[in-house]
Design a binder for this molecule. Structure first.
Ligand SMILES: [Fe+2]
Length: 212
């Protein structure tokens, strides 16, 4: 019997963010809950196919469609959790220059400002998706990437440390579609840098405390 323990939506207290309204967040939490529900549903349906111990040839078309949607729904759930968790009321500013994140940004991009230009630039790309700052496991370097939808462009094994939703639903109640740069500015003014710092796994490994 395949295990189908279901996921429960997490709660986030993000009232009063700067430039991202409570109304937007309320709607966004509902969307996120939809992904949790759909992920649970998909896992249950896949388990039902496997109840007889195998996938028959005639089941293949339906089974394939479920499998294709898993990455979309799973990441729709997980990326939103990363996103909400790296925001807070009273956040923002730049990370401390002594922080591992700041030092990793300098080690990877020369300066924190260049890292920020690259991350912000990634978020301004045309299309619907996410800007991701990952920590690369071999060198501990930071690496900014674009994800289309929720699942295209993920790098397996890379550690997400800062996640920004740039689907239009993330800002359309507050800004016009063409005003994504304003939303990105608002996003930056609410970043919980402590949450980002805690996610680093590899930059901290240096015994001298210096990011590689
Ligand atoms: Fe979203």
């Amino acid at each position: 019997m395949i295990a189908t323990e279901s996921y429960k939506p997490k709660e986030f207290n993000l009232n009063g963010l700067n430039g991202i309204s409570d109304k937007t967040l309320e709607m966004h939490f509902k969307l996120y809950e939809g992904y949790v529900k759909e992920t649970n549903k998909l896992n249950e349906k896949v388990a039902a196919f496997l109840a007889d111990g195998n996938v028959d040839q005639e089941e293949m078309p339906l089974y394939s469609e479920l499998k294709r949607r898993l990455g979309f729904e799973y990441n729709g759930m997980i990326l939103h959790e990363f996103y909400f968790e790296n925001l807070k009321n009273g956040g923002g500013g730049d990370p401390e220059s002594k922080s591992s994140f700041y030092q990793a940004a300098e080690a990877s991009f020369g300066t924190y400002e260049v890292w920020k230009a690259d991350f912000g630039g990634t978020g301004k790309m045309r299309g619907v998706g996410w800007a991701m700052c990952y920590e690369e496991p071999v060198t501990g370097r930071l690496s900014n990437h674009w994800i289309s939808l929720h699942q295209t462009g993920e790098v397996a094994g890379f550690n997400p440390v800062l996640v920004m939703d740039v689907w239009e639903h993330a800002f359309l109640l507050d800004y016009k579609p063409a005003e994504r740069p304003k939303y990105i500015e608002a996003f930056f003014s609410n970043i919980d840098w402590n949450a980002v710092e805690k996610r680093l796994k590899y930059a901290k490994r240096d015994s001298a405390g210096i990011s590689r």
